[in-house]
Design a protein around this ligand. Structure first.
Ligand code: TXA
Ligand code: MG
Length: 325
């Protein structure tokens, strides 16, 4: 459940932002590390805190769809259709940027990512602040995004001046990114707003691949990661794979939407994942963090169905499991 924040805390957060500081804010997807989007030094500080390379653009968060035209130009009419349907919500649009936008936000590109978050605390903060807030996920570079205020505290500690605790994020994985600077528009990152939902609003097919190769660093293969090896495993191979790993002395955890089978060796941990996909999305990063706290060395995970938000969950699991050879 989302948690209310006092007007006094919001006023304090706004002051920090106006002074060029950083504030962690809850959104419906994940916690973001926010800074005044028009203050290049403040945005650079966000990169520094995250340990994020400067060639990764950040998303600008706005209170309302109509503010989009302060940040972007050549806005295709279909953009407004999508905004009508899905904003505020877990959707980021890549558009041609206006000239006045600091290049640190866009990593030197001529496009900008814009999103209107649907979280009461993010909305409260954005309205009180008035302008745009640049906010990447509030985690260290390549690590699992934070979905609770505690996660931000663990990852960034005192580097961030204030953490607004809005409770656990209701969506749990990052927004869908749609690039409107290519024709047809392309999904650069899967999320809770699905390709089918977008296509049904637009009335035509969009691209599921980044055909125009829009630079979207941050979409690299290893991401959302924890130290344990995460290995995607078919359901009927789980027991054998776990037994073998346990025999080699590896601290092993199985994550599957199935109950623990009785045949499983007792040294192997089995955490049953929720059946419902939105619930699974909501807890997946918490599950990875919890597994990390237990210091498992190997996680065998069974992929969920690819329907609805399932496709985005699979994408995140694949990135978390990616190991360069
Ligand atoms: O749900 C979300 O989108 C969260 C919350 C905090 O809003 N934010 C988030 O930000 O996930 P971050 O920085 O962790 O990921 C932003 C992604 C990156 O993959 C980046 O490459 C892409 O958005 N991006 C941002 N601006 C872009 C641009 N102009 N062109 C292409 N990709 C862009
Ligand atoms: Mg991120």
């Amino acid at each position: 459940m989302t948690q209310p924040i006092s007007d006094q805390q919001i006023a304090q957060a706004v002051q920090i932002l106006r002074d060029g500081g950083t504030v962690a804010m809850p959104t419906e997807t994940v916690y973001g590390l926010a800074a005044d989007a028009l203050n290049p030094q403040a945005v650079e500080r966000v990169f520094q805190i995250k340990g994020r390379p400067l060639n990764h653009p950040v998303i600008v968060h706005l209170a309302e769809p109509r503010q989009i035209s302060d940040w972007a130009e050549d806005i295709h009419p279909d953009v407004w259709k999508l905004l009508d349907a899905f904003s505020p919500g877990p959707l980021t649009l890549i558009l041609q940027k206006k000239a006045n936008i600091p290049t640190v936000i866009t990593a030197g590109q001529d496009t900008v990512g814009l999103r209107i978050p649907d979280h009461p605390v993010a909305q409260q903060l954005l309205r009180a602040f008035g302008g745009g807030l640049a906010a990447p996920s509030a985690n260290r570079f390549t690590r699992v995004s934070p979905t609770q205020a505690n996660d931000v505290q663990t990852d960034l500690g005192n580097d961030v001046e204030m953490i607004l605790d809005g409770g656990p994020c209701p969506v749990g994985i990052e927004s869908t990114i749609v690039d409107f600077t290519q024709v047809p528009p392309a999904i650069l990152r899967l999320g809770a707003v699905t390709a089918e939902q977008i296509e049904s609003v637009l009335g035509y097919q969009i691209s599921l691949e980044n055909v125009a190769r829009t630079a979207s660093p941050g979409q690299h293969r290893r991401h959302y990661a924890i130290p344990a090896e995460i290995r995607i495993t078919e359901a009927d191979l789980l027991v054998d794979a776990a037994t073998m790993a346990a025999a080699q002395g590896q601290r092993t955890l199985i994550l599957a939407q199935l109950p623990r089978p009785s045949a499983l060796h007792q040294s192997v941990a089995w955490w049953q994942l929720p059946d419902e996909l939105p619930e699974l999305a909501r807890v997946i990063y918490q599950t990875f963090r919890e597994a990390d706290r237990h210091e498992f060395e190997l996680i065998l995970i069974c992929l969920p169905e690819e329907t609805g938000i399932g496709a985005a969950i699979i994408d995140r699991i694949q990135r978390a499991s990616y190991r360069p050879d």
